[in-house]
Design a binder for this molecule. Structure first.
Ligand SMILES: [Fe+2]
Ligand SMILES: [Fe+2]
Length: 138
């Protein structure tokens, strides 16, 4: 594998996970109505898990001899959003995570520990995508 390219792509994923944590936290503050509680809980679980994923990436970047870049883009959620708008944004967010880990998986085919790590990440993000897609289903 090309270690420098893998570290750069892992830093891209780290930035994505940190932005994801901020987005889910932001969305958790904006849920209203009788179905508020489970959705807020879901968003807060996702925020925590995104931080866990960011931590895993940072630790692994250090193990590979790289420097984790702890930066996050500001969430750009419009002022007025409905619950369905946020769930659709969550779908896009999870799809972006799957894309990032799929790209990484393609770069580390000769490194079993990284291949397994990114396969597990894809499975986890796929689980999130399926869950939020079910929440959107009527
Ligand atoms: Fe994640
Ligand atoms: Fe996720």
């Amino acid at each position: 594998m090309d270690k420098a390219k893998v570290i750069a792509a892992m830093n891209d994923a780290l930035r994505l996970e940190l932005a994801s944590a901020l987005k889910y936290l932001d969305w958790s503050f904006r849920v209203f109505g009788p179905t508020r509680k489970p959705v807020v809980e879901h968003f807060l679980e996702e925020a925590t898990e995104s931080i866990d994923h960011a931590t895993m990436l940072g630790d692994k970047i250090v193990s590979l001899g790289g420097k984790p870049l702890v930066v996050a883009d500001n969430p750009k959620t419009p002022d007025r959003v409905t619950l369905d708008d946020m769930l659709k944004l969550a779908v896009a967010n999870e799809e972006a995570a799957i894309d990032a880990y799929t790209k990484l998986l393609g770069m580390v085919q000769d490194e079993t520990h990284l291949r397994v790590l990114f396969e597990n990440q894809i499975a986890a993000e796929r689980g999130h995508l399926e869950e939020v897609s079910k929440m959107l289903r009527r």
